[in-house]
Write a protein that binds this ligand. Structure first.
Ligand code: NAD
Length: 362
């Protein structure tokens, strides 16, 4: 979902002030300051990248999981495998963004040493926007490939030609460094639309694009109600059989390889857990040399970008362009819609953050 700093129906806040407020909620709940800073950085960056679905609006869900005892400050990860290029960490349901951030840092160190790293993060609480980790990897001049599954709540996405949900929105990400420029950053869910988009359309009495969801008989429909009213349907996989296949790859590589859970009917803990496999590659260690690699990447991206735009369109973009442009538009501002802001404030108060600490819109 793309948002802008100028939408009249959104509340605008100073991003630094909001960052401190979100961090304070989790500090009050008992998490160490560093973890709260990493989490807040992640959520604000997601909002400012145009992905409000993974921004500060996640806070109420995280607080509810804390209140339910699912994700607690005392949950501590363990390293299961650490050998040569291999690293496997069982997060044991600790807060997702900090453990994914630190796991990515460790993966980067391994890839610098070994040339490649194969890193498996298992049983993390929701880790958010996968592109965040892709950007860390690209900033270290490495290539990153990511496959992630979603479990901990019932499936939402049907297999191609199916009529019942069998997967979460399993995201996939590829990040490629471009020195002196923003990285190539492909980062998406493998469902045709995000569940959040179906929820917003349903709440507003609007339809979704026909085929983005299916009804209980597996027929394409534009009615988001199939996700919220019986008889239930499902989200469609993106790109028909291709997205379905990619979703299966996310499930198998992120979880089965490391011995963690795949999604199933009985995995409903009412919240979102992630398993992630990342493969990091140092292009400087391959025969071509890093300068040749860089030049070839730039030549090819320019070739793609030079395509004349379709009638009525302004330009051809590269993966990553929408996110980096959104950040430029937002500058030092972050926005949120009033309903979600009220939920965040209510969650903060339940945790014990004083009313006086709640920031005011600009
Ligand atoms: P999306 O449909 O907005 O697609 C985003 C990707 O498409 C980006 O790489 C973007 O740069 C690229 N893109 C967009 N327009 C483009 C254009 N015109 N030309 C070229 N490239 C373009 O994303 P989504 O599927 O809604 O996913 C949003 C976020 O949700 C992602 O960051 C994903 O990691 C995250 N997610 C997380 C989970 C989880 O469980 N942790 C689950 C699902 C999704």
């Amino acid at each position: 979902m793309t948002t802008t700093a100028k939408s009249p129906d959104l509340l605008a806040f100073d991003a630094t002030v909001m960052h401190a407020f979100i961090a304070r909620i989790f500090e009050t709940a008992g998490w160490p300051k560093n973890d709260c800073t990493i989490l807040s950085d992640h959520l604000i960056t997601a909002d400012q990248s145009g992905h409000a679905s993974h921004g500060i609006g996640m806070t109420p869900m995280y607080v509810e999981a804390f209140e339910a005892g699912t994700v607690l400050p005392g949950n501590a990860p363990v390293t299961k495998v650490e050998s040569g290029p291999f690293l496997t960490i069982d997060a044991r349901l600790c807060l997702g963004q900090p453990i994914a951030f630190r796991t990515t840092e460790r993966g980067i160190a391994i890839a610098r040493r070994e040339g490649v790293a194969l890193v498996n993060l298992l049983n993390a609480f929701h880790i958010g926007r996968i592109g965040h980790y892709g950007e860390m990897v690209a900033a270290a001049s490495l290539i990153g490939l990511f496959w992630v599954n979603v479990h901990g709540r019932p499936p939402l996405v049907a297999p191609y030609l199916g009529r019942e949900p069998r997967f979460g929105t399993n995201p996939h990400c590829v990040a490629i460094p471009r020195p002196g420029a923003q990285p190539f950053l492909l980062d998406f869910a493998t469902s045709e639309i995000a569940m959040g988009k179906a929820r917003v359309a349903y709440a507003q009495g609007k339809s979704v694009r026909k085929g983005a969801v299916i009804d209980h008989r597996g027929r394409e429909t534009d009615r988001p109600a199939v996700m919220f009213e019986d008889p239930r349907g499902a989200l469609s996989p993106m790109g028909a059989h291709k997205g379905y296949g990619l979703s299966l790859v996310c499930e198998l590589l992120s979880s089965v390889l490391g011995g963690a859970s795949t999604i199933s009917e009985d995995c409903d803990h009412g919240t979102v857990h992630n398993n992630m496999l990342m493969i990091l590659i140092d292009p400087a260690r391959l025969g071509n040399g890093s300068a040749d690699f860089r030049d070839a990447v730039e030549r090819h991206l320019e070739w793609a970008r030079s395509c004349p735009p379709a009638e009525g369109e302004a330009e051809v973009l590269l993966p990553g362009d929408p996110e980096f442009r959104a950040r430029q538009r937002f500058g030092g501002t972050t926005v949120i819609e009033p309903f979600t802001w009220n939920e965040i404030c209510a969650a903060a108060k339940r945790i014990g953050v004083p009313e006086t600490a709640i920031p005011q819109p600009k």
